[in-house]
Design a protein. Structure first.
Length: 272
């Protein structure tokens, strides 16, 4: 119930702001008032493997170990197109939001009773993908030991991005009810997206929160809306995780944790 109360609170905080944004830019079909366009790519998989409510969940911030190198994530439309200053000059804007969102998911998830933890690499630039300190190595080992690993991303703006959605792990028998629940809440990506990205090949799911542009990026950058926006996103992720570990599985409603849905740039999940 604590998660539900928080979700309702953040929805109330965001509703007037999102309504105003929607009045300026009518929502397109398949678009969410908080996270923007959802993936419209075909879903060619099912997450049917049940997991226990106590499954260890590891949350990772995408690109936390790949700054100042290929695959460092998107800078966002505000920086690249609008000339805005980066949120933190030491990192791409995507990583800035990945970190805040991942930490908020873990904090709320712990308060909600999930067995959840956050891993942050000790260095922002690790050139070797299979270095034991990288997200990929730690996530792969976590999955091999029976846990669930989720890497948080924000997608590229403009035509290079697809929108919110869950990119499922590729390892045989690895797709679970948690993956199905996250796809129900954010939208699905197909198996083998872009030929199979590095994280899914290692059994790690990628969650694209949304394209880093428009009302979503505006609400993140606005100091008066930032906390409520992060809390609403984290609430949606945690509700989906809780539904995925529940037995029997009951997928969360679309848009849980926010106002109802429907009323050189580089894709954030590029292999590195």
């Amino acid at each position: 119930m604590r998660v539900l109360r928080l979700s309702l609170l953040t929805a109330l905080l965001l509703a007037p702001l999102l309504s105003a944004a929607g009045a300026r830019t009518p929502l397109l079909p398949g678009s969410d008032p908080l996270t923007g366009p959802r993936s419209s790519l075909a879903k060619d998989w099912q997450g049917i493997r049940p997991v226990t409510p106590s499954i260890p969940i590891l949350v990772l911030a995408g690109h936390a170990d790949s700054q100042a190198m290929d695959g460092s994530g998107t800078s966002g439309a505000a920086v690249d197109l609008g000339g805005a200053a980066p949120m933190d000059p030491s990192m791409r804007d995507e990583l800035y939001w990945n970190l805040l969102t991942a930490r908020a998911v873990v904090e709320l998830g712990r308060r909600s009773g999930l067995n959840i933890a956050f891993y942050e690499p000790p260095a922002r630039t690790i050139a070797e993908a299979d270095d034991p300190r990288t997200n990929w190595s730690v996530g792969r080992n976590h999955v091999a030991q029976g846990g669930y690993a989720l890497e948080i991303h924000y997608d590229a703006y403009g035509p290079d991005g697809v929108g919110s959605g869950l990119i499922p792990p590729l390892r045989p028998w690895s797709r679970s009810r948690v993956d199905e629940s996250l796809a129900a809440a954010f939208g699905p990506y197909p198996l083998g997206y872009r030929g199979g990205l590095g994280a899914p090949r290692r059994g790690i799911a990628i969650l694209e929160i949304g394209k880093l542009e428009g009302p979503l990026e505006d609400s993140l950058r606005d100091p008066q809306r930032r906390q409520a926006t992060i809390e609403a996103i984290a609430g949606r992720v945690v509700e989906a995780l809780r539904a995925g570990v529940a037995s029997p599985f009951s997928p969360p409603p679309d848009g849980v944790g926010s106002a109802p849905p429907g009323s050189s740039p580089r894709a954030s999940s590029a292999a590195w």
